[in-house]
Write a protein that binds this ligand. Structure first.
Ligand code: OGA
Ligand code: NI
Length: 370
């Protein structure tokens, strides 16, 4: 229970000090005339290149999943697709869902990226409050990750919106209100299919995982990221290494790469094939699967040529679900749960109240082997 106690301590200390008053959006900063180098509080690395900064380019070996096979009527095809999903989640914690078969129209993906760009281009006074006071407000616009806690900032502005079980949306741009509900629904549909496949690959009935995590009330968060051109891309970071809190995150980008995942101790560049969706495993998949599917560490790097926009849809259990490893996985003699139970919304609060730091929140619910 030591893990729970330390988390509670952290939560009770969660009220953040006020953010430094001079922090601005990186969009604004990047537009300042003659910006030849970044301010020192954006320098993540000092001695580039280091071992961990060198990314290997093995895009071709990143697994791909054909969603239509996961729902195929042909039992052999479906069983093969489940095996592929199982392998992708175990070996990589990451995969690309292929273009033609994910059910999200290309036009919708493109329109979502366009309207996200439009949001970041709105005059500041038309955007929600910059640097929200509460780290779990349903609509948050800000910069870096949590400037109240950070000394070094990320080269990133964001908009985060809770879109399920209650739908929220900023008032502007108008077309965001029109497009977002459909995009949320379609991405939830993709996640439903993945969860059914994972439920079976864990040896459960198709519907059991969804029921255990109350996914009818799944917490879904729309996260729009803006990474402007950066004069010192070698020392800045768009997002530092971290894992996501939910089950699966679905990411699309505007044709400009920057996402890297950690694979076998190295950083691997991921460039989405046009119109594909990038999917990564999150901490709650690791917890529910009792460590079979580890959440993948990833980060976002920046560049000095083109502004990058990404849209990450985070999909988790329902906020009130107390999540623990699936009971069916730990009932067998000799199996023990490797994670202590915790309510998903408390986990989320803890993650959002702190700095983004690897898998530090997960470690607090993980039972260490002695
Ligand atoms: C995130 C994230 C990476 C990216 O929003 O959690 O990891 O490439 N984004 O934008
Ligand atoms: Ni992430």
């Amino acid at each position: 229970m030591a893990a729970t106690a330390s988390l509670l301590r952290q939560n009770s200390a969660a009220a953040p000090p006020s953010p430094p008053s001079n922090i601005t959006s990186v969009k604004k900063l990047s537009e300042s005339p003659n910006l030849n180098s970044i301010p020192s509080n954006y320098a993540y690395y000092t001695n580039y290149p280091t071992e961990t900064n060198i990314a290997s380019n093995s895009d071709d070996s990143i697994p791909t999943i054909d969603l239509s096979l996961l729902t195929s009527d042909n039992p052999d095809l479906r069983s093969k697709a489940i095996q592929d999903l199982d392998k992708a989640c175990q070996d990589w914690g990451f995969f690309m869902v292929m273009v033609v078969n994910h059910g999200i129209p290309e036009t919708l993906m493109k329109a979502m990226l366009d309207v996200t760009n439009e949001f970041f281009n709105l005059p500041e006074e038309e955007k929600p409050e910059f640097q929200p006071k509460n780290v779990v407000d349903p609509i948050r616009y800000g910069t870096s990750f949590n400037t109240a806690k950070e000394k070094i900032f990320c080269w990133r502005d964001f908009l985060k919106v809770f879109v399920h079980p209650q739908f929220h949306c900023p008032d502007k741009p108008e077309s965001l209100r029109e497009l977002l509900p459909e995009y949320c629904e379609r991405t939830r549909d993709v996640v439903r299919k993945l969860v059914k496949g994972i439920s079976e690959s864990l040896g459960l009935e198709e519907s059991e995982m969804g029921e255990a995590l109350d996914l009818g009330s799944t917490l879904q968060i729309f996260i729009a990221n803006l990474y402007p051109r950066c004069p010192n891309p070698d020392v800045a970071l768009g997002m530092p290494p971290h894992s996501d809190h939910g089950l699966f995150t679905l990411l699309i980008e505007n044709g400009v790469g920057g996402l890297q995942i950690q694979h076998k101790g190295r950083w691997v560049n991921v460039n989405a094939l046009p119109n594909s969706i990038l999917v990564n495993t999150g901490d709650h998949l690791e917890i529910f699967s009792n460590g079979k599917y580890k959440s993948v560490m990833h980060r976002a790097v920046v560049n000095n040529k083109k502004t990058r926009i990404s849209i990450a849809m985070a999909n988790g259990p329902s906020p009130d679900t107390v999540v623990s490893p699936a009971s069916q996985l730990v009932q067998t003699k000799g199996c023990v749960a490797s994670y202590v139970p915790m309510k998903y919304k408390d986990y989320l609060l803890s993650q959002q109240s702190n700095q983004l730091n690897g898998k530090s929140i997960l470690k607090q619910v993980q039972i260490q082997d002695y």
